[in-house]
Design a protein around this ligand. Structure first.
Ligand code: SF4
Ligand code: SF4
Length: 138
């Protein structure tokens, strides 16, 4: 499986305005503790394709030991190279890809996750993999 192209570290930036996963999945009944991150209209909250794309992604890169320590151990890959995945799906992802998703560790997610941009090459590849239509850059 082709994974999203690696992102340049110097391209990393706070993407809370473009990648708007929420920390808790909203249910049909409504979850009282939903923490919205980013604009409610972001397509990321109804996508999650790039969080379920490759078994070895997301990888850790420039995180400090202190930052990595904030990620719950059961969600870290055995070889400590990145997030633990179940097949291709990051285990921090909750919800259903293409419908409603959340990142359960949004505030402490890896650097590469922060670099994801709506409509970039990796986004388009991941969405196509899940049969989702392409999105224009945010
Ligand atoms: S694939 Fe694109 S739209 Fe979907 S969650 Fe990732 S960045 Fe957002
Ligand atoms: S850590 Fe969060 S944002 Fe990163 S791939 Fe996993 S679910 Fe997605």
């Amino acid at each position: 499986m082709v994974r999203p192209p690696p992102r340049a570290v110097d391209d990393v930036r706070d993407v809370t305005t473009s990648r708007a996963l929420v920390s808790t999945v909203a249910t049909a009944e409504g979850a009282a503790d939903v923490e919205q991150i980013g604009p409610p209209a972001s397509p990321c909250v109804s996508c999650g394709a790039c969080c379920d794309y490759a078994s070895d992604w997301p990888r850790f890169s420039t995180e400090s030991d202190e930052e990595l320590a904030l990620i719950p151990e059961p969600l870290v890959a055995e070889n400590l190279s990145g997030m633990r995945c179940e097949e291709t799906r990051c285990m921090a992802l909750t919800g259903k890809v293409g419908e409603r998703v959340a990142c359960s560790i949004y505030a402490v997610r890896p650097v590469v996750c922060r670099a994801c941009e709506i409509g970039d090459d990796a986004c388009l590849m991941a969405r196509a993999h899940h049969g989702l239509p392409p999105l224009p850059p945010a």
